[in-house]
Design a protein around this ligand. Sequence first.
Ligand code: HH2
Length: 280
Amino acid sequence: MSDKWLCGRFEFTLERPILMGIVNVTPDSFSDGGEHATIDTAIEHARRLVSEGAQILDIGGESTRPGAAPVSVDEELARVIPVVLAMQDAGVAISVDTCKPEVMRAALEAGADMINDVTGFRDPVARELVVQYADCGLCIMHMQGEPRTMQAHPQYEDVVSEVKDYLVGQARQLEALGVERHRICLDPGCGFGKTVEQNFVLLAQLDKLVMQGYPVLLGVSRKSMIGAVTGQPVGQRLPGSLAAALAGVARGAKVLRVHDVAATRDALNVWRAVFEGIQT
Ligand code: HH2
């Protein structure tokens, strides 16, 4: 089992789940689109997430929701890089959520600690690039198809083994190029080319991915899978998101990618009090 995760300037021991706070510098993200779309509001939001207990900030400049408009490299850079620079000394790891090699390079040059690629480093240019940055953390996420069409007809014979085999295959490919194993974390990609049922099967059997020995990152916050079960609109999905996050932690998830850092921190603290006793 992997007991550490190297992430740029940080080495996480993974004894406890890590909170990754979402900073979408986008006008059109599915749950908070437009709320932090200017650089100043995004930085203000990022600072709040740090004060609430985020240990990683995941800064994204392009929405991945089905139907979102594509964003040019220049536009994505203009959204993301100023926030990376502004949060550099905040004492937390800076992740950039991108699948474009040009944005990855600029982010790493600007001091980002980690690249979160929802396409799982499918692009060989992206793989070659991240090898050159010897210590950045990498999140390999599974997605069937492309963001714009992925929800049309998700199809699997066995969703759990297919997602697991794909992620481990991508990790091995990076390792063969020289990426240190401890830099890699894996993410089943809830909502990315999966039906609601397939998302819940992946969550229920997350331990099978955890057993591959890489830290597992889970992103379920406010997603439509939560809405499908609760019947709630995106703004009312916090209770459902907390339940799903804790279910993930129970199965071994080590990094939680969330919009609501303070609430998730409280839920985790109560969870921990049950299993480790109250720290006074
Ligand atoms: N989910 C989203 C975006 N990036 N990255 C990882 N590793 N895992 C996820 O589950 C994940 C992700 C979608 O959520 P959000 O950023 O809130 O929305 P949007 O893509 O519309 O900006």
